[in-house]
Write a new protein. Sequence first.
Length: 166
Amino acid sequence: MACLTIREATEDDAELLLELVRELALYERAPEAVVATAEDFRQHGFGPRPCYEAHLARWDGEPAGFSLHFYQFSTWTGRPSLYLEDLFVRPALRGRGVGKALLVHLARLARRRGCARYQWQVLDWNRPAIEFYEALGARTTREWIPFRVEGEALERLAVLTTAADK
């Protein structure tokens, strides 16, 4: 019988995390977008102020997938929210319950840590993922529009002069 395990990633897993992130980027049709290094994962996930936590799923001992999350804070509820940045299951192991097990694992973690919400985003073309999440009870929040500032736009914004600078 096949065995599925989930465990928290450690600093020693940085290379594996990067490998899985690259596979995710390939699936999401953006392999060139991954500029992260294993050192980035070590520094930002396992240093003095970790920015994220990750969990690794293994199927019969072999890497099957991962989840990576961090926490936000809701001023309205006064409680943290677990934000799932990435969830990925290797294509050959999909349909075996790996993704569901990772999502359930994080739901339990969110509940233990007093989170008011557990949220994530999905690409609009990824119908299999959307249907999978909806079948688990997740719902879309179309009333909120995500914004992002990155690259040169971030650099320009950071150097603007404001009333607080005077």
